[in-house]
Design a protein around this ligand. Structure first.
Ligand SMILES: [Ca+2]
Length: 449
C-alpha cells in the first residue's frame, strides 16, 4: 500500500509538548474566514500561555473597529464538521463553533447519546437557530445520523441532561416549532454519513476537513469504514471528546461517549487518521464557576452603562443582560445542578465538548502528548474503558509508528493513535467562551424578540 505522508503532520512530540497538530495550515488554497455575519478583520491578538490576557472589552473593541479590508491579513479558517448529541456541553460547542473566527462550520450531524436521536437532532437545530446568525442558520445543514450503537444496547443520560437532552434550558425555540421542523426537513431522508463524505469531497484540492465528534462515535466509525479513501485524502484529523486515563463518569472506568458505543470508538481509533482526544482528565478542569456566570450574565463591557443607572448591577448581577445570556445561564446552571447532585461537582459543571472547538481555534493554550490508546470492548467490569499506554508497554507492536511517525499508518492499528490533550489554560478558555457570547449577542434572534 502506498502511504501518503501529509505535509501537515510533524513528528510526534515528547513529554509536555504542545500539540503536534498545532502546525501552520497549508498555505494554498487559503480558506478565509468571511462568514456573512461578521466583518472580515485581522484576528484578535492572542496572548501566549502565561501572558496577560486580552480582556473581553479590548476584544470587542477590536472586532468593532472599522479596518480596511485586507485579504493578506485575514486568518486562515478551519473547515469543520461537528458530529454531536446535544446535550448541554454540545450546545456550548455549537455556540463556539459558530462564533470563533478561526472556525468555519460546514455542517452538523447528530447521533444517539445524551438523549435519543429524535431529541439530539431537534436540539442541534434549536441551538443553531438560537445561537447563529440568520445566514448561518440557513447555510449550515443538520443531518440526523445513527440512532443506536453498532452492537451495544442503546443508552441515554437523562440524569445529567434531562429527558430531552437540554433539560432546564429556557428561551430556545421549542422542539416542535416550525423553524426547527423546517430546518430538519431540509435533510430529511438523507444519510448523515454520506453528507459528511460529500462535505469532505467538496473541499478544493489541498484542503482537508476536520471532524469534531462530541457524542457517541457511531457515525464517525461508519464514515471511516465506508470512506477510507476520503479519510486518507480529505480528512486532516478527528478531534473527539471522549475517554479518560484512569477514571470514568458512567462506569468506574469508562467515559460516557466511549461507553455508549465502544466498538465504534475502537474502529475510529484504529483508523489511519490523526485523532485528538479531550479526555475527562482535561475536561474536568474546564469548570464553569460563579465568576464565569457573573461575566456571562452581564459582560464587563456593559457594566459601565449599568453602573450609572443601576448601582447594584456590578456587585450583584442578578439579571441577564440579553435574552441569549439568560438562555445560556439557564443551560449552564441546569448542568451545574445535575453535576452537583450526581458527581458532587460543587464549583460548577465541566463543559467537556467545547474543548474540542477551543483546541482547533487555539491549540497553543493546550498541552498534549501522543500515546497508543485502545478501547476495552468486552471487559466484564471495564467495557468502554480507554486503555492509555502511558509507559510504552506496547512499543514493540507499533511497527508503523517506528517506521515513520509522520505517516497516516502510524496513527492506525499499529501506531500511536491518539494525541491526548493533557493541560489547558482554563482562564483563557473561558475568555474565549465569553468572546463567543459577545459575538452571538450581536446576531442571535433571541435578542431581537
Ligand atoms: Ca456530547
Amino acid at each position: 500500500m502506498v502511504v501518503t505522508r501529509p505535509r501537515s503532520l510533524r513528528p510526534p512530540r515528547c513529554s509536555s509538548a504542545l500539540s503536534t497538530l498545532s502546525r501552520p495550515r497549508p498555505a494554498p488554497p487559503a480558506r478565509l474566514c468571511a462568514p456573512a455575519n461578521r466583518p472580515v478583520l485581522p484576528a484578535p491578538p492572542r496572548p501566549t500561555r502565561g501572558s496577560p490576557a486580552t480582556s473581553n472589552r479590548s476584544w470587542s473593541l477590536l472586532l468593532g473597529r472599522t479596518a480596511p479590508y485586507s485579504t493578506a491579513k485575514m486568518p486562515a479558517c478551519i473547515p469543520i464538521w461537528l458530529d454531536c448529541d446535544p446535550g448541554h456541553d454540545d450546545a456550548v460547542a455549537i455556540l463556539m463553533a459558530l462564533h470563533l473566527p478561526e472556525i468555519d462550520l460546514l455542517g452538523i450531524s447528530t447521533v444517539h447519546g445524551n438523549a435519543s436521536l429524535f431529541n439530539t437532532s431537534r436540539n442541534a437545530a434549536r441551538c443553531l437557530l438560537a445561537f447563529g446568525s440568520s445566514e448561518q442558520a440557513k447555510r449550515i445543514p443538520v443531518y440526523a445520523g445513527a440512532e443506536k450503537p453498532l452492537l451495544r444496547y442503546i443508552r441515554h443520560d437523562s440524569e445529567i441532561h434531562g429527558e430531552d437532552g437540554l433539560g432546564g434550558v429556557e428561551g430556545l425555540p421549542p422542539s416542535d416549532s416550525p423553524a426547527v421542523l423546517s430546518k430538519l426537513d431540509e435533510t430529511k431522508g438523507k444519510n448523515a454519513v454520506v453528507a459528511l463524505a460529500d462535505a469532505a469531497r467538496s473541499l478544493p484540492d489541498g484542503e482537508q476537513l476536520t471532524i469534531v465528534a462530541t457524542g457517541s462515535f457511531t457515525n464517525v466509525a461508519l464514515f471511516v469504514s465506508l470512506f477510507p479513501e476520503l479519510v486518507r485524502d480529505k480528512v486532516e484529523k478527528v478531534v473527539v471528546m471522549g475517554g479518560a486515563e484512569g477514571r470514568g463518569n458512567r462506569s468506574p472506568t469508562a467515559e460516557f461517549n466511549v461507553l455508549c458505543d465502544p466498538h465504534a470508538a475502537s474502529i475510529l481509533l484504529d483508523a489511519e487518521v490523526p485523532v485528538v482526544m479531550a479526555p475527562l482528565n482535561i475536561t474536568h478542569t474546564a469548570i464553569f464557576r460563579k465568576d464565569d456566570n457573573s461575566t456571562l450574565l452581564v459582560p464587563p463591557s456593559a457594566i459601565p452603562d449599568l453602573a450609572s443607572s443601576t448601582p447594584d448591577a456590578t456587585a450583584h448581577p442578578s439579571r441577564a443582560h440579553t435574552p441569549l445570556r439568560h438562555t445560556l445561564h439557564t443551560l449552564l446552571n441546569f448542568f451545574a445542578s445535575t453535576y452537583k447532585s450526581v458527581f458532587s461537582f460543587d464549583d460548577g459543571p465541566p463543559v467537556h465538548d467545547a474543548l474540542c472547538i477551543a483546541y482547533l481555534a487555539r491549540p497553543e493554550i493546550f498541552k498534549a502528548k501522543r500515546y497508543r490508546v485502545d478501547v476495552e470492548t468486552e471487559g466484564t467490569h471495564t467495557q468502554g474503558t480507554t486503555v492509555v499506554d502511558l509507559y510504552d508497554y506496547k512499543k514493540d507492536q507499533l511497527v508503523e509508528f517506528k517506521k515513520d511517525p509522520e505517516s497516516r499508518a502510524s496513527w492506525g492499528r499499529f501506531g500511536k493513535n491518539v494525541l491526548m490533550l493533557e493541560e489547558l489554560d482554563v482562564p483563557e478558555f473561558w475568555r474565549m467562551f465569553q468572546q463567543c457570547v459577545d459575538e452571538a449577542d450581536k446576531v442571535s434572534p433571541l435578542n431581537s424578540k
